[in-house]
Design a protein around this ligand. Structure first.
Ligand SMILES: Cc1ncc(COP(=O)(O)O)c(C=O)c1O
Length: 493
């Protein structure tokens, strides 16, 4: 029997074939399922040999593209360097084997680790207290918004309902604010791609200072540009009693150089899976701890770990917004964060930021004659190129460019985000890539630009031999979602 290229493990099933055979034992008990719960027939489980199953799943694993496979210039979104050392630490029995409901008195090493991790985070960001529970950036944002809400209610300013969000923000920002009950008002960025203090002033004048709850800002913003008006914006909002939220997804550009707390932010979330070397595969698990200035500390979610008089302690905030997640959050992700802090140290953190910025600028300079860069300036850790001119002149889109990059063994940049750049290709190399890899990427991008101009029709046709999936119809897949397949007869539904 030969298998088709895409044969499923079910197709490979041969009756009676086994991977492992256990020695027969004579048990003197028999299990009978309670009435009504017994299945009518045995489940259809593939019967395959050990080698077949290993090869099947190894082959599938090779069909994916990840940070361990090749260059991954995906802007924002995810960490590209996850040292095996951090994984190893997370695998230690004392961490991996601990039960979340174990009394803390029997797990003082864990309390110490979480307290020290919180201290590192405070020191790095200029905040005074951290809650480690949120499980991702977006959940951190939501927790932050609930914290703002509870604070305003507590001080008798419940009428503050307007949350200002720049048009360059990540989509989770307005979503988190809206779900927490704020009315989101978007402000347009300047022609240079920065948040415009005069646009914020206009919102304050329009709605009234007493209605403004705050602003959510990302710095560097999603165009990879440093928000140079940040101190002016902070003064303007603090003067009217509003608060500043910092989306920490891009903190890797600033580590050890400047701290959000010193810029005037009152609360922030960190994406550990973006800045502190924890993996974020397939949407999780990550960690999105939130840090606050002192006046917001009583409202934090869950337990707060800190060091008091040289001793690790657990504190339950007095007016907490409640739990965001069970127990202590994604604990093993936080172990990786701790291991990363200890492993690279304070100087290492600064080098991360410096190299991330140098590498992004190096690529930007390398490809700027091949691709348009609508907000071209000295960038921070990432920048946003555009394929709009190729679409206009040759009908070649950013997605076509992505497909060709994948054919060349390079992951696609973040595409079609931020929304203010048409046909956006957001490129972030991060600090850990070698000059050879950066040079290779630049050469490939220049080559793609030439290939588009010389034969756009050929460019638009993906090479089916090089790509595993060619031209999927994403819209049809979302609208006609088929989550289930029945192995017995191949039915779908
Ligand atoms: C700027 C920005 N904010 C927020 C988020 C949300 O983080 P998460 O994916 O962990 O929910 C991201 C992630 O891509 C981001 O890039």
């Amino acid at each position: 029997m030969t298998y088709a290229k895409d044969a499923l493990i079910f197709d490979k099933s041969v009756q009676g074939r086994r991977g492992v055979r256990y020695p027969k034992r004579n048990f003197n008990w028999e299990f009978t399922a309670p009435e009504g719960l017994a299945p009518e027939s045995a489940p259809f489980i593939p019967e395959v040999s050990h080698l077949d199953v290993v090869r099947h799943y190894t082959r599938l694993s090779l069909r994916t593209f990840g940070v361990d496979t090749g260059f991954y210039p995906l802007g924002s979104c995810t960490m590209k360097y996850n040292p095996r050392l951090c994984d190893k630490a997370a695998g230690f029995d004392g961490f991996a084997g601990v039960h979340p409901s174990q009394p803390l008195i029997t797990a003082d090493g864990i309390v110490e680790l979480l307290a020290e991790t919180s201290e590192w985070m405070c020191e790095t960001t200029g905040m005074e207290s951290f809650a480690l529970q949120p499980a991702a950036g977006a959940q951190g944002e939501f927790a932050g918004m609930l914290t703002f809400r509870k604070y305003f209610d507590h001080i008798g300013e419940s009428e503050r309902e307007i949350m200002i969000v720049p048009d360059s923000a990540h989509g989770t920002n307005p979503a988190s604010a809206a779900v927490a009950g704020f009315n989101v008002v978007e402000v347009k960025s300047t022609d240079e791609g920065l948040t415009d203090p005069s646009a914020i002033e206009a919102v304050i004048n329009k709605y009234g200072a007493e209605k403004i709850a705050g602003i959510m800002l990302t710095n560097p913003n999603t165009l990879g540009l440093y928000e140079s008006h940040i101190c002016e914006i902070a003064d303007m909002l603090h003067k009217i009693g509003a608060l500043l939220y910092y989306d920490g997804a891009n903190l890797n550009a600033l580590l050890g150089i400047v701290r959000p707390g010193d810029m005037g932010f009152d609360l922030l979330h960190l994406n550990t899976h973006k800045t502190f070397s924890t993996p974020h595969g397939g949407g999780g698990p990550g960690a999105g701890p939130i840090g606050v200035k002192e006046k917001l500390a009583p409202f934090l979610p869950g337990a707060v770990f800190c060091v008091k008089n040289g001793k690790p302690e657990v504190v339950w905030p007095e007016h907490s917004i409640g739990r965001m997640k069970a127990w202590w959050g994604n604990f093993l992700v936080l172990v990786r964060t701790y291991a990363y802090f200890v492993h690279i140290g304070a100087r290492g953190l600064r080098r991360v930021a410096e190299n991330a910025v140098i590498n992004a600028n190096y690529i930007q300079e390398g490809i700027k004659d091949a691709f348009e860069i609508p907000y071209y300036a000295r960038c921070m850790h990432e920048f946003v190129a555009s394929a709009e001119h190729f679409k206009r002149e040759y009908g070649v889109t950013a997605k076509d460019v992505d497909k060709k990059l994948l054919e060349k063994g390079i992951h696609a940049p973040t595409t079609y985000f931020p929304l203010i750049v048409h046909e956006a290709l957001m490129i972030e190399p991060t600090d850990t890539e070698s000059k050879e890899t950066l040079d290779h990427f630049i050469e490939v991008m220049k080559g793609l630009a030439e290939a588009i101009k010389s034969d756009p029709e050929k460019f638009k046709k993906p090479d089916a031999n090089l790509l595993q999936v060619v031209n999927p119809d994403e819209t049809a897949a979302a609208r006609n979602f088929i989550p289930r397949w029945y192995p017995e007869d191949g039915r779908q539904g």
